[in-house]
Design a protein around this ligand. Structure first.
Ligand SMILES: O=P(O)(O)OC[C@H]1O[C@H](O)[C@H](O)[C@@H](O)[C@@H]1O
Length: 527
């Protein structure tokens, strides 16, 4: 069995060639696998491809996959040493090699490393950091003078907390202050919000792991300038930093900083102090329930054999579609208004984690990596892009995310919503012969259903941990380090150079730019 350091990449494993050969033989050409025939031939198909994990049931049976593909994929995962890599992640070993550090987001949901010696020192501070965060959340919720909380952050310091607050406030009446989010460098977002706020009633949370991200620093400076211009005189009370870099937060002028360790990647950080906005919105119990749901999924990932392990089986399906059937995108449709931000959250989680063309050893990989993830809430999407899903020229696997129950008191809505989701999945698969070509639905189009029992904090926590582990497992099979993101750096460097060119009255300021960028800067200077 390969150790996590020297495990083979998927294309080096013995089952890789048979897997691709099986795809070629059974899933292409005129006798290619057909879902309708697959169900007709196998009475057990729905059960065979259904999985149970904490708070999530998954029906993978309407996917373009058969028992042999599933067998080869699971064998491939064993051959690639996925279990030892997973165990290294959970033990707090330094698996993020390019940044020479452990990956600690699981420890933030009470995962205790197997051996104390293998745990990085940061793990022992987590309980303290969390206690501070929950105490502050309690205090803010109890403080009647604070009516509005604004989380200023971007990327992982925005998407996860924003989505969870939306999801949990859609499902339960919250009693704390209103919680807002500002991410964009575009001043319209902040300016529109500030118009609704009163400085003495507002608490700003400046959320940034690095405390150096351009958008967040710009928004925080403008928020502070607004606060002071409105007569606010107590920056120390009205601004809190959430950061792994408290020195930079203090240098910025924010004394109160809730910390966390560098091992928490930005897109994995909602469980850490970055989640303060969530704890303020749903309270201590709600936040702890979120962690408990994620922890239950962590246990499932750690303990369930690969053949029944839901994050692993989803990752294998992703690999099958991307590398064996060459499908370039996946559509995610949450039939949950509260989870309408899920596609945007997954774009960062999956495409920033696995959108890489070299493996962890620096070798260019000879296969495709992260698919494009896209989508929007159902049923809205039915009236937009579902036309292309049913009749377009590309086959796009669709992921339906549903909740069995709703927290509102409009039962007819929920029944119709669920019926629509199941109807779309069924229609994609069944298709329909048309009396005219434009009325013909080819069918045999794949989909997955992920079903939550409810929209509780536990269920949302479990769902997000499921996606995190799926992303890690897929990156692991591809031999990729899913925890760095060097690809975002180059654009940031150019932005500084171009801002200088925009500012400078001197024509030479564009001399170092390419002709297209220089011309665009010229137009912008003219207004
Ligand atoms: O939390 P911060 O340090 O401000 O980073 C915010 C975001 O920006 C970076 O450029 C990365 O691409 C993201 O992974 C990160 O979540």
């Amino acid at each position: 069995m390969a150790t996590w350091q020297d495990r083979p990449r998927c294309d080096e494993a013995p089952s890789w060639a048979p897997l691709l050969a099986h795809a070629q033989r059974a899933f292409t050409g005129k006798d290619a696998f057909d879902l309708r025939a697959g169900f007709a031939a196998d009475a057990q198909r729905a059960a065979r491809f259904s999985f149970e994990a904490p708070h999530v049931r998954a029906d993978l049976s309407k996917n373009l996959i058969d028992a042999e593909a599933q067998r080869l994929l699971t064998k491939l995962a064993h051959e690639c040493g996925l279990e030892s890599h997973r165990d290294a992640l959970l033990a707090g070993e330094p698996i993020n090699a390019s940044e020479q550090r452990a990956v600690t987001h699981v420890a933030w949901r009470n995962w205790a490393p197997a051996t104390a010696e293998s745990a990085p020192a940061a793990l022992y501070s987590i309980a303290d950091w969390r206690a501070q965060m929950l105490t502050l959340a309690d205090a803010v919720r109890a403080d009647e003078a604070i009516t509005d909380v604004v989380n200023i952050g971007i990327g992982g310091s925005d998407l996860g907390p924003r989505m969870v607050v939306q999801a949990l406030s859609a499902a339960q009446a919250t009693s704390g202050p209103r919680v807002h989010f500002v991410a964009n460098m575009d001043g319209h977002e902040l300016a529109a919000l500030l118009r609704q706020l009163r400085p003495e009633q507002t608490l700003f949370l400046v959320a940034s792991k690095s405390f150096g991200t351009a958008e967040t620093m710009r928004n925080a400076l403008s928020a502070r300038a607004w606060y002071q211009a409105q007569g606010g005189a107590d920056v120390a009370r009205h601004f809190v930093a959430l950061s792994a870099n408290p020195t930079a937060a203090r240098a910025f002028g924010i004394e109160r900083c809730l910390g966390f360790d560098e091992g928490v990647g930005g897109r994995y950080s909602l469980w850490s102090s970055i989640g303060l906005s969530i704890a303020i919105a749903v309270g201590r119990e709600g936040f702890e329930a979120l962690l408990a749901g994620a922890h239950a999924m962590d246990r499932h990932f750690a303990e369930t054999p690969l053949a029944r392990n839901l994050p692993v089986q989803l990752a294998l399906l992703d690999l099958w579609y991307r590398n064996a059937l060459h499908l370039a995108s996946r559509c995610v449709v949450p039939y949950l208004h509260g989870l309408r931000a899920l596609p945007a959250y997954l774009q960062q989680l999956e495409m920033e984690s696995n959108g890489k063309r070299v493996d962890a050893h620096g070798r260019t990989v000879p296969f495709a990596t992260a698919a494009t993830v896209w989508g929007q809430a159902g049923s809205n999407g039915q009236h937009a892009f579902f036309q292309a899903l049913h009749q377009g020229s590309d086959v796009v696997p669709v992921e339906f995310v549903l909740s069995a129950t709703a927290a509102h008191s409009l039962p007819e809505h929920h029944r119709k919503l669920l019926a629509n989701a199941l109807a779309q999945a069924r229609a994609l698969m069944m298709g329909q012969p048309g009396d005219a070509p434009e009325r013909h639905f080819p069918g045999n189009r794949p989909s997955t259903v992920l079903l939550l029992p409810d929209q509780s904090a536990q269920s949302i926590g479990a769902l997000l941990a499921l996606y995190e582990h799926r992303t890690f497992a897929l990156g692991s099979l591809w031999g990729i380090n899913s925890f760095d993101q060097w690809g975002v750096e180059l654009g940031k460097r150019h932005a500084g150079e171009i801002e200088n060119a925009l500012l400078s009255p001197d024509a030479d300021a564009c001399a170092a730019l390419d002709a297209s960028t220089a011309a665009l800067v010229g137009w912008l200077r003219q207004g």
